[in-house]
Design a protein around this ligand. Structure first.
Ligand code: FES
Length: 83
């Protein structure tokens, strides 16, 4: 894939599986799996050693942007999915 190729879209049979997927964990982090980069506001790619990364969405992690489990300590609750 070149930098000018459009990103694969979900359901596009020609592109195969998406390059990455994101799962919003109930009362917890966003789990990102696949091929992606986590980039600082300055554009620097953060080192990555795992195929799956948990990103904090509660705001309490001391390892931001990564989840450190603090969401459990603060009782973080997400909204249930809309019907
Ligand atoms: S979501 Fe886990 S520490 Fe914030």
């Amino acid at each position: 894939m070149s930098p000018t190729d459009p990103a694969p879209r979900a359901g596009d049979a020609r592109s195969g599986p998406p390059a990455a997927s994101i799962v919003a964990c109930p009362d917890g982090p966003l789990l990102v799996r696949g091929e992606f980069e986590v980039v600082t506001p300055d554009g620097e790619a953060l080192p990555r050693t795992r195929r799956t990364v948990a990103l904090c969405r509660c705001g309490a992690s001391v390892l931001k942007p990564y989840c450190d489990g603090s969401h459990k300590l603060i009782g973080f609750k997400t909204e249930p999915p809309a019907p």
